[in-house]
Design a protein around this ligand. Structure first.
Ligand code: HEC
Ligand code: HEC
Length: 285
């Protein structure tokens, strides 16, 4: 799955029906036996990382994420090694496996394998609370106090993203500070582009795609201690994430773990994909 497609899925691709349906699934709260998790490292990986998507017992939290319970140990171990070596690629798993030690693979594979039998396709685990709640918010008076610093277009997905920085982030970038300060908020405004009746993307006189319908907002915000309680393998410093729909209602269904996985690859850029764009725009003013 390409990054773009995943981003699309997260920002407006989810139908309201599917989202509502996911909520109706009874939320069982499985409790792993201490004895089944031999060492502290495996224990914390399972409970605070893998469980975010595959569930504590290897029953995944949503469609598109495979159940691990009851799969063969050797198969799971090989997949983890393949994600790490690059033989198998996936936006999330490649990032996660890259940060696992070779010695993590066997105990993780064994743990999930022994959680069998294989669950039914519809079975679901709850999301981890730390990836359901968030401190990040879209200010009610957005875009007041924000500067729009970047536009990215995706002709294939027919989508446009405007990136906005609040004054704290903007002024810091302008002062050429390396670290964005606590209080920084960066918002992505995600639009569907205008198309003609054959579905082809229309362009304005300057050759730019034309925003037609607002789909959603993504929010990245930094606060003191906001990264506490998030496993070091997923943590993005003190940044938190949120998703809002076009009516500015917070989307409470999203598994925010995915935001952490992708944006963590940008750790050296303050977890932002458009950090250099922000710096250039702020300095240019
Ligand atoms: C952010 C969500 C996320 C997290 C966290 C995550 N995974 Fe995954 N995992 C996925 C997705 C999505 C796939 C399917 C990949 C694909 O389609 O190729 C996957 C696939 C796998 C597979 C291959 C399964 C198969 O049927 O082929 C293994 C093994 C696996 N994950 C293990 C782990 C382990 C162990 C952890 C914790 C260290 C972990 N994952 C954490 C999302 C996640
Ligand atoms: C599959 C990887 C991926 C996932 C998952 C993801 N993002 Fe991003 N995000 C990106 C990429 C790539 C960009 C830059 C897009 C561009 O400029 O075209 C981006 C840009 C952004 C921006 C604009 C600031 C910046 O970093 O450049 C915000 C805000 C944002 N994402 C929020 C979120 C939130 C909230 C989530 C979780 C719901 C999320 N993202 C999940 C890849 C991802």
């Amino acid at each position: 799955m390409s990054m773009r497609i995943v981003v699309m899925l997260m920002f407006g691709g989810l139908s309201a029906g599917a989202a509502r349906h996911a909520r109706l699934v009874p939320l069982a709260q499985p409790v792993a036996q201490e004895t089944e998790l031999p060492d502290a490292r495996t224990r914390s990986l399972v409970r605070e990382v893998c469980a975010a998507c595959h569930g504590l017992d290897g029953v995944s939290v949503s469609e598109g994420i495979p159940h691990l319970a009851g799969q063969r140990t050797l198969y799971l171990e090989r997949q983890l090694n393949a994600f790490k070596s690059g033989g198998r690629k996936h936006d999330f798993m490649s990032v996660i496996a890259a940060r696992l030690e070779p010695s993590d693979m066997t105990p993780l594979a064994r743990y999930f394998s022994e959680k069998g039998p294989l669950p039914s396709a519809e079975a679901k685990s709850p999301r981890l609370p730390q990836f359901a709640r968030t401190n990040a918010t879209l200010p009610v008076d957005f875009p007041k106090g924000f500067t729009r610093y970047n536009t990215s277009e995706d002709r294939g997905l027919k989508s446009i993203m405007f990136a906005w920085a609040n004054d704290a982030a903007w002024n810091s970038a302008r002062a050429k500070e390396t670290d964005l300060p606590v209080g920084s908020i960066v918002v992505s405004e995600n639009w569907r582009a205008r198309v003609d009746d054959k579905g082809a993307v229309l362009l304005d006189a300057q050759g730019r795609m034309i925003p037609e319908r607002l789909q959603s907002y993504g929010v990245i915000a930094k606060g003191q201690g906001w990264g506490d309680g998030i496993h070091e393998l997923l943590r993005n410093g003190d940044w938190n994430y949120a998703v809002y729909n076009a009516e500015r209602k917070r989307d409470i269904e999203t598994n925010l773990a995915i935001c952490f996985v992708c944006h963590q690859t940008r750790a050296s850029e303050q977890y932002l994909f458009t950090r250099s764009k922000l710096a250039a725009a702020a300095r240019g003013q």
